[in-house]
Design a protein around this ligand. Structure first.
Ligand code: SF4
Length: 60
């Protein structure tokens, strides 16, 4: 799912939990798993690398 960082920050992360076991929001580019669509462009869209690339980004 290709998202802006602001959009990603309102999606739950499957790994992050609070101390009382509630899900936390995605950390976007603050997380090592974040993959930028255009790394040379600051603030570009991206996706969580845990589930592979978004379909639109996959090459044949
Ligand atoms: S990019 Fe990082 S913080 Fe965001 S959903 Fe993926 S693992 Fe969680």
């Amino acid at each position: 799912m290709l998202l802006s960082e602001n959009e990603a920050k309102f999606k739950y992360c499957p790994l992050l939990k609070t101390h009382d076991d509630k899900m936390k929001f995605c950390q976007a580019s603050m997380c090592m798993m974040w993959r930028a669509e255009k790394p040379e462009v600051e603030g570009c869209k991206g996706w969580c690398g845990l589930a592979g690339g978004p379909v639109a980004q996959q090459k044949d």
